[in-house]
Design a protein around this ligand. Structure first.
Ligand code: ATP
Ligand code: MG
Length: 368
Protein backbone atom coordinates (compact mmCIF):
# COMPACT_ATOMS: atom_id res chain seq x y z
CA UNK A 1 0.00 0.00 0.00
CA UNK A 2 1.49 3.39 -0.92
CA UNK A 3 2.09 5.73 2.00
CA UNK A 4 0.57 8.72 0.20
CA UNK A 5 -1.90 8.44 -2.64
CA UNK A 6 -3.40 11.30 -4.59
CA UNK A 7 -6.39 10.54 -6.79
CA UNK A 8 -7.53 13.13 -9.32
CA UNK A 9 -6.45 16.08 -7.21
CA UNK A 10 -7.51 19.43 -8.62
CA UNK A 11 -6.98 22.90 -7.16
CA UNK A 12 -8.02 26.16 -8.75
CA UNK A 13 -7.27 29.74 -7.74
CA UNK A 14 -9.88 31.71 -9.69
CA UNK A 15 -9.08 31.07 -13.34
CA UNK A 16 -5.72 29.45 -12.60
CA UNK A 17 -5.66 25.66 -12.44
CA UNK A 18 -2.75 25.13 -10.05
CA UNK A 19 -3.24 21.35 -9.88
CA UNK A 20 -4.97 19.55 -12.72
CA UNK A 21 -6.09 15.97 -12.03
CA UNK A 22 -2.93 14.86 -10.23
CA UNK A 23 -2.51 11.09 -9.79
CA UNK A 24 0.44 10.10 -7.63
CA UNK A 25 1.51 7.29 -5.31
CA UNK A 26 4.42 7.71 -2.92
CA UNK A 27 5.89 4.61 -1.32
CA UNK A 28 6.93 4.31 2.31
CA UNK A 29 10.59 5.33 2.64
CA UNK A 30 10.75 6.86 -0.81
CA UNK A 31 12.62 10.05 -1.69
CA UNK A 32 10.49 11.68 -4.38
CA UNK A 33 11.56 14.89 -6.10
CA UNK A 34 8.97 17.09 -7.73
CA UNK A 35 10.61 19.03 -10.52
CA UNK A 36 8.94 21.96 -12.19
CA UNK A 37 9.35 25.55 -13.23
CA UNK A 38 8.06 28.54 -11.32
CA UNK A 39 4.27 28.49 -11.14
CA UNK A 40 4.08 24.76 -12.02
CA UNK A 41 2.09 24.03 -8.84
CA UNK A 42 4.83 22.52 -6.67
CA UNK A 43 4.09 24.47 -3.48
CA UNK A 44 0.36 23.96 -3.98
CA UNK A 45 0.95 20.21 -4.25
CA UNK A 46 2.94 20.01 -1.00
CA UNK A 47 0.50 22.22 0.89
CA UNK A 48 -2.38 20.09 -0.33
CA UNK A 49 -0.71 16.92 0.97
CA UNK A 50 0.01 18.70 4.27
CA UNK A 51 -3.63 19.75 4.61
CA UNK A 52 -2.90 23.48 4.42
CA UNK A 53 -4.84 23.76 1.16
CA UNK A 54 -8.14 22.06 0.50
CA UNK A 55 -8.39 20.60 -3.01
CA UNK A 56 -11.44 21.41 -5.15
CA UNK A 57 -11.65 17.82 -6.26
CA UNK A 58 -10.05 14.45 -5.71
CA UNK A 59 -8.92 12.37 -2.77
CA UNK A 60 -5.80 12.23 -0.61
CA UNK A 61 -4.95 9.03 1.24
CA UNK A 62 -2.24 8.66 3.87
CA UNK A 63 -1.57 5.07 4.96
CA UNK A 64 -4.80 4.04 3.28
CA UNK A 65 -6.92 6.54 5.19
CA UNK A 66 -8.85 9.24 3.35
CA UNK A 67 -7.52 12.48 4.90
CA UNK A 68 -9.38 15.19 2.95
CA UNK A 69 -11.14 16.22 6.17
CA UNK A 70 -8.25 15.53 8.54
CA UNK A 71 -6.58 18.73 9.84
CA UNK A 72 -2.83 19.29 9.17
CA UNK A 73 -1.73 18.57 12.75
CA UNK A 74 -3.34 15.16 12.63
CA UNK A 75 -1.70 14.14 9.36
CA UNK A 76 1.63 12.40 9.58
CA UNK A 77 3.20 15.04 7.31
CA UNK A 78 5.12 18.22 8.00
CA UNK A 79 5.39 21.02 5.44
CA UNK A 80 8.66 22.90 5.48
CA UNK A 81 8.37 26.37 4.05
CA UNK A 82 9.92 27.41 0.77
CA UNK A 83 11.63 30.27 2.62
CA UNK A 84 12.61 28.54 5.82
CA UNK A 85 11.08 30.34 8.74
CA UNK A 86 12.82 30.08 12.09
CA UNK A 87 11.58 32.04 15.08
CA UNK A 88 14.16 34.84 15.22
CA UNK A 89 13.69 35.54 18.94
CA UNK A 90 14.27 31.89 19.92
CA UNK A 91 17.62 30.15 20.08
CA UNK A 92 18.38 26.96 18.15
CA UNK A 93 17.25 24.68 20.97
CA UNK A 94 13.91 26.43 21.43
CA UNK A 95 13.28 26.48 17.69
CA UNK A 96 13.88 22.75 17.44
CA UNK A 97 11.98 21.75 20.56
CA UNK A 98 9.01 23.94 19.71
CA UNK A 99 7.15 21.22 17.78
CA UNK A 100 7.55 18.45 20.37
CA UNK A 101 6.75 20.82 23.26
CA UNK A 102 3.37 21.82 21.89
CA UNK A 103 2.48 18.16 21.41
CA UNK A 104 2.01 17.65 25.15
CA UNK A 105 4.99 15.32 25.28
CA UNK A 106 6.71 15.18 28.66
CA UNK A 107 9.87 17.21 29.24
CA UNK A 108 12.22 14.25 29.05
CA UNK A 109 10.78 13.15 25.71
CA UNK A 110 11.09 16.67 24.29
CA UNK A 111 14.71 16.82 25.45
CA UNK A 112 15.65 13.44 23.98
CA UNK A 113 14.11 14.14 20.58
CA UNK A 114 15.51 17.66 20.32
CA UNK A 115 19.05 16.62 21.20
CA UNK A 116 18.90 13.65 18.85
CA UNK A 117 17.88 15.73 15.84
CA UNK A 118 20.43 18.44 16.62
CA UNK A 119 23.09 15.75 16.73
CA UNK A 120 21.79 14.47 13.42
CA UNK A 121 22.21 17.83 11.68
CA UNK A 122 25.51 18.33 13.56
CA UNK A 123 24.50 21.48 15.38
CA UNK A 124 24.53 20.31 19.01
CA UNK A 125 27.32 22.76 19.78
CA UNK A 126 25.25 25.72 18.54
CA UNK A 127 22.06 25.10 20.46
CA UNK A 128 22.27 28.43 22.30
CA UNK A 129 22.80 30.52 19.18
CA UNK A 130 20.08 32.70 17.69
CA UNK A 131 19.22 32.32 13.98
CA UNK A 132 20.86 35.66 13.14
CA UNK A 133 24.15 34.30 14.50
CA UNK A 134 24.16 31.34 12.13
CA UNK A 135 25.13 31.00 8.46
CA UNK A 136 22.40 30.35 5.87
CA UNK A 137 23.37 26.68 5.70
CA UNK A 138 23.18 26.29 9.48
CA UNK A 139 19.79 27.99 9.61
CA UNK A 140 18.63 25.58 6.94
CA UNK A 141 19.82 22.65 9.02
CA UNK A 142 18.00 24.02 12.08
CA UNK A 143 14.83 24.27 10.00
CA UNK A 144 15.31 20.65 8.92
CA UNK A 145 15.94 19.57 12.50
CA UNK A 146 12.73 21.28 13.48
CA UNK A 147 10.80 19.48 10.78
CA UNK A 148 12.22 16.11 11.80
CA UNK A 149 11.66 16.77 15.51
CA UNK A 150 7.98 17.22 14.80
CA UNK A 151 7.89 13.43 14.62
CA UNK A 152 6.11 13.36 11.28
CA UNK A 153 6.97 10.51 8.98
CA UNK A 154 6.47 12.44 5.77
CA UNK A 155 8.71 15.44 5.13
CA UNK A 156 7.33 17.89 2.58
CA UNK A 157 10.37 19.94 1.62
CA UNK A 158 9.69 23.06 -0.42
CA UNK A 159 12.91 24.09 -2.19
CA UNK A 160 14.84 23.13 0.95
CA UNK A 161 18.18 24.15 -0.53
CA UNK A 162 16.98 27.14 -2.53
CA UNK A 163 18.55 29.88 -0.46
CA UNK A 164 22.00 28.35 -0.25
CA UNK A 165 25.17 28.83 -2.27
CA UNK A 166 26.20 26.20 -4.81
CA UNK A 167 28.73 24.32 -2.68
CA UNK A 168 26.41 24.06 0.32
CA UNK A 169 23.54 22.95 -1.88
CA UNK A 170 25.60 20.00 -3.08
CA UNK A 171 26.78 19.06 0.44
CA UNK A 172 23.38 19.42 2.03
CA UNK A 173 21.44 17.53 -0.63
CA UNK A 174 23.56 14.45 0.13
CA UNK A 175 23.05 14.89 3.87
CA UNK A 176 19.35 15.41 3.41
CA UNK A 177 18.92 12.19 1.48
CA UNK A 178 21.03 10.25 3.97
CA UNK A 179 19.02 11.66 6.87
CA UNK A 180 15.71 10.67 5.32
CA UNK A 181 16.98 7.16 4.54
CA UNK A 182 18.64 6.66 7.97
CA UNK A 183 15.55 7.80 9.84
CA UNK A 184 13.26 5.76 7.55
CA UNK A 185 11.27 8.86 6.68
CA UNK A 186 9.54 9.61 3.39
CA UNK A 187 10.40 12.82 1.56
CA UNK A 188 8.71 14.85 -1.12
CA UNK A 189 11.37 17.35 -2.15
CA UNK A 190 10.33 20.17 -4.45
CA UNK A 191 12.91 21.81 -6.67
CA UNK A 192 13.27 23.57 -10.01
CA UNK A 193 16.88 22.39 -10.26
CA UNK A 194 17.17 19.35 -12.57
CA UNK A 195 20.58 18.36 -11.26
CA UNK A 196 19.39 18.43 -7.66
CA UNK A 197 16.46 16.18 -8.58
CA UNK A 198 18.56 13.79 -10.68
CA UNK A 199 21.12 13.40 -7.90
CA UNK A 200 18.87 13.05 -4.84
CA UNK A 201 15.67 11.35 -5.93
CA UNK A 202 14.62 7.72 -5.96
CA UNK A 203 11.94 8.88 -8.39
CA UNK A 204 11.19 12.17 -10.08
CA UNK A 205 7.83 13.65 -10.95
CA UNK A 206 7.95 16.41 -13.54
CA UNK A 207 5.14 18.88 -13.02
CA UNK A 208 4.12 21.34 -15.72
CA UNK A 209 1.32 23.87 -15.46
CA UNK A 210 -0.38 21.80 -12.78
CA UNK A 211 -0.17 18.53 -14.73
CA UNK A 212 2.02 15.48 -14.24
CA UNK A 213 4.25 15.46 -17.31
CA UNK A 214 6.25 12.32 -16.42
CA UNK A 215 7.06 10.18 -13.39
CA UNK A 216 10.05 7.84 -13.36
CA UNK A 217 13.50 6.93 -12.19
CA UNK A 218 16.05 9.73 -12.65
CA UNK A 219 17.73 7.71 -15.43
CA UNK A 220 14.38 7.29 -17.23
CA UNK A 221 13.53 10.96 -16.97
CA UNK A 222 16.95 11.86 -18.33
CA UNK A 223 17.36 9.24 -21.05
CA UNK A 224 13.79 8.50 -22.10
CA UNK A 225 11.85 11.76 -21.87
CA UNK A 226 8.20 11.23 -22.77
CA UNK A 227 7.72 14.75 -24.10
CA UNK A 228 9.57 17.59 -25.77
CA UNK A 229 9.14 19.58 -22.58
CA UNK A 230 10.90 16.98 -20.42
CA UNK A 231 13.68 16.57 -23.01
CA UNK A 232 14.24 20.30 -22.88
CA UNK A 233 13.80 20.88 -19.15
CA UNK A 234 15.92 17.91 -18.05
CA UNK A 235 19.11 17.89 -20.09
CA UNK A 236 18.56 20.85 -22.46
CA UNK A 237 18.23 18.73 -25.59
CA UNK A 238 19.02 19.88 -29.12
CA UNK A 239 15.87 19.89 -31.25
CA UNK A 240 15.57 19.35 -34.99
CA UNK A 241 12.34 19.73 -36.95
CA UNK A 242 11.74 17.48 -39.92
CA UNK A 243 9.75 14.79 -41.69
CA UNK A 244 9.99 11.01 -41.67
CA UNK A 245 11.15 9.97 -45.17
CA UNK A 246 12.01 6.32 -44.69
CA UNK A 247 11.41 3.57 -42.18
CA UNK A 248 12.57 -0.02 -41.79
CA UNK A 249 13.01 -2.53 -38.95
CA UNK A 250 16.10 -0.86 -37.57
CA UNK A 251 14.80 2.70 -37.42
CA UNK A 252 13.60 5.79 -39.25
CA UNK A 253 15.31 8.41 -41.37
CA UNK A 254 14.30 11.99 -40.80
CA UNK A 255 14.80 14.75 -43.34
CA UNK A 256 15.74 17.93 -41.53
CA UNK A 257 15.21 21.44 -42.86
CA UNK A 258 18.42 22.56 -44.61
CA UNK A 259 18.68 19.14 -46.28
CA UNK A 260 20.25 17.06 -43.54
CA UNK A 261 19.28 13.54 -42.59
CA UNK A 262 19.13 12.09 -39.10
CA UNK A 263 18.75 8.40 -38.40
CA UNK A 264 16.85 7.42 -35.26
CA UNK A 265 16.18 3.96 -33.80
CA UNK A 266 12.51 4.66 -33.09
CA UNK A 267 9.93 3.39 -35.56
CA UNK A 268 6.70 4.59 -33.98
CA UNK A 269 5.85 7.31 -36.54
CA UNK A 270 4.77 7.07 -40.16
CA UNK A 271 6.55 8.09 -43.35
CA UNK A 272 5.51 11.67 -44.08
CA UNK A 273 4.87 12.61 -40.44
CA UNK A 274 6.14 15.96 -39.25
CA UNK A 275 8.37 15.27 -36.27
CA UNK A 276 10.92 16.67 -33.83
CA UNK A 277 14.17 14.86 -33.05
CA UNK A 278 15.73 15.52 -29.64
CA UNK A 279 19.37 14.76 -28.78
CA UNK A 280 21.06 15.64 -25.48
CA UNK A 281 24.30 17.63 -25.77
CA UNK A 282 25.92 14.97 -23.56
CA UNK A 283 25.12 12.42 -26.30
CA UNK A 284 26.76 14.49 -29.04
CA UNK A 285 30.39 13.51 -29.56
CA UNK A 286 32.71 16.23 -30.81
CA UNK A 287 35.76 15.18 -32.75
CA UNK A 288 38.52 17.21 -34.43
CA UNK A 289 38.96 14.57 -37.19
CA UNK A 290 36.55 14.35 -40.07
CA UNK A 291 34.81 11.04 -40.62
CA UNK A 292 31.70 9.71 -42.26
CA UNK A 293 28.71 7.69 -41.12
CA UNK A 294 25.16 8.03 -39.88
CA UNK A 295 24.45 11.19 -37.91
CA UNK A 296 27.93 12.58 -38.52
CA UNK A 297 28.04 16.27 -39.42
CA UNK A 298 30.95 18.54 -40.27
CA UNK A 299 30.82 21.97 -38.80
CA UNK A 300 32.72 24.74 -37.12
CA UNK A 301 32.98 25.52 -33.41
CA UNK A 302 31.15 28.79 -32.86
CA UNK A 303 31.78 29.08 -29.14
CA UNK A 304 32.90 27.04 -26.17
CA UNK A 305 32.09 27.42 -22.49
CA UNK A 306 33.78 25.80 -19.56
CA UNK A 307 31.17 24.45 -17.14
CA UNK A 308 33.04 22.97 -14.21
CA UNK A 309 34.66 19.78 -15.48
CA UNK A 310 32.90 19.76 -18.85
CA UNK A 311 33.05 21.83 -21.99
CA UNK A 312 29.94 22.97 -23.81
CA UNK A 313 30.37 23.59 -27.54
CA UNK A 314 28.10 25.37 -29.96
CA UNK A 315 28.82 23.95 -33.39
CA UNK A 316 27.41 25.34 -36.62
CA UNK A 317 26.86 22.82 -39.39
CA UNK A 318 26.52 23.91 -43.03
CA UNK A 319 24.13 26.80 -43.53
CA UNK A 320 23.28 27.23 -39.91
CA UNK A 321 22.11 24.05 -38.22
CA UNK A 322 23.21 24.54 -34.62
CA UNK A 323 24.24 21.56 -32.48
CA UNK A 324 25.32 21.76 -28.85
CA UNK A 325 27.75 19.19 -27.55
CA UNK A 326 28.86 18.72 -23.97
CA UNK A 327 31.74 16.51 -22.91
CA UNK A 328 33.84 15.88 -19.84
CA UNK A 329 37.15 17.67 -20.24
CA UNK A 330 38.93 14.49 -19.16
CA UNK A 331 37.36 12.64 -22.13
CA UNK A 332 38.57 15.10 -24.77
CA UNK A 333 42.13 14.61 -25.96
CA UNK A 334 42.48 17.95 -27.67
CA UNK A 335 40.03 20.72 -26.74
CA UNK A 336 38.59 22.22 -29.94
CA UNK A 337 38.69 26.01 -30.14
CA UNK A 338 36.23 28.49 -31.66
CA UNK A 339 36.74 28.68 -35.44
CA UNK A 340 38.03 25.10 -35.63
CA UNK A 341 36.53 22.57 -38.08
CA UNK A 342 35.10 19.54 -36.25
CA UNK A 343 32.68 16.70 -36.73
CA UNK A 344 29.82 16.08 -34.37
CA UNK A 345 28.05 12.75 -34.19
CA UNK A 346 25.44 10.92 -32.18
CA UNK A 347 24.04 7.42 -32.10
CA UNK A 348 20.54 6.79 -33.53
CA UNK A 349 19.59 5.09 -30.25
CA UNK A 350 20.35 8.30 -28.34
CA UNK A 351 17.76 10.26 -30.35
CA UNK A 352 14.19 10.73 -29.18
CA UNK A 353 11.49 11.17 -31.79
CA UNK A 354 8.36 13.20 -31.05
CA UNK A 355 5.28 14.13 -33.00
CA UNK A 356 5.49 17.76 -34.09
CA UNK A 357 3.51 19.75 -31.49
CA UNK A 358 0.36 21.46 -32.70
CA UNK A 359 1.26 24.78 -31.10
CA UNK A 360 4.79 24.70 -32.54
CA UNK A 361 8.12 23.65 -31.09
CA UNK A 362 8.95 26.91 -29.32
CA UNK A 363 5.70 26.87 -27.38
CA UNK A 364 6.66 23.44 -25.98
CA UNK A 365 10.12 24.41 -24.81
CA UNK A 366 9.60 27.99 -23.70
CA UNK A 367 10.20 28.71 -20.03
CA UNK A 368 6.61 28.90 -18.76
N1 ATP B 1 -3.10 31.70 -2.79
C1 ATP B 1 -3.09 31.81 -4.13
N2 ATP B 1 -3.96 32.65 -4.75
C2 ATP B 1 -3.99 32.76 -6.09
N3 ATP B 1 -3.17 32.08 -6.93
C3 ATP B 1 -2.29 31.25 -6.38
C4 ATP B 1 -2.19 31.06 -4.95
N4 ATP B 1 -1.22 30.16 -4.69
C5 ATP B 1 -0.75 29.80 -5.90
N5 ATP B 1 -1.36 30.43 -6.91
C6 ATP B 1 -1.12 30.26 -8.36
O1 ATP B 1 -1.09 28.85 -8.62
C7 ATP B 1 -0.04 28.53 -9.53
C8 ATP B 1 0.90 27.53 -8.88
O2 ATP B 1 1.57 28.17 -7.79
P1 ATP B 1 2.65 27.44 -6.86
O3 ATP B 1 3.01 28.39 -5.79
O4 ATP B 1 2.13 26.12 -6.47
O5 ATP B 1 3.86 27.27 -7.90
P2 ATP B 1 5.34 26.71 -7.64
O6 ATP B 1 5.55 25.60 -8.60
O7 ATP B 1 5.54 26.43 -6.19
O8 ATP B 1 6.24 27.97 -8.10
P3 ATP B 1 7.65 28.50 -7.51
O9 ATP B 1 8.72 27.64 -8.12
O10 ATP B 1 7.73 29.89 -8.05
O11 ATP B 1 7.60 28.46 -6.02
C9 ATP B 1 0.62 29.84 -9.89
O12 ATP B 1 0.07 30.30 -11.11
C10 ATP B 1 0.26 30.77 -8.76
O13 ATP B 1 0.19 32.10 -9.18
MG1 MG C 1 6.76 27.24 -4.75
Amino acid sequence: MPLVKLVNITKKFGEIIALDNIELSIEDGEYLCVLGQTGAGKTTLLRTIAGLIRPDGGEIFIEGELVNDVPPEERDAVYMFQHFALFPHMNVWDNVSFGPSIKNWDNEQVKTISSEVLEMVRLSDRQDAFPSELSGGMQQRVALARGIASGAKILLLDEPLGALDARLRVDLRRQLRRLVKDQKLTAVHVTHDQEEALMTADRIMVLRKGKVEQVGLPSEIYSSPKSIFVASFVGNANFFEGNVIEMDNSGSTIWIRGDYQIRVSQTDRKVGDKVVVAVKPTDVIINPDSHKGKNVFSGMVDSSTFVGGSMKYKVIVGDGMVIFSEALVSNIQELPRPGQEVTVSFHPARCCLFEYPEAGLLKEIEAI
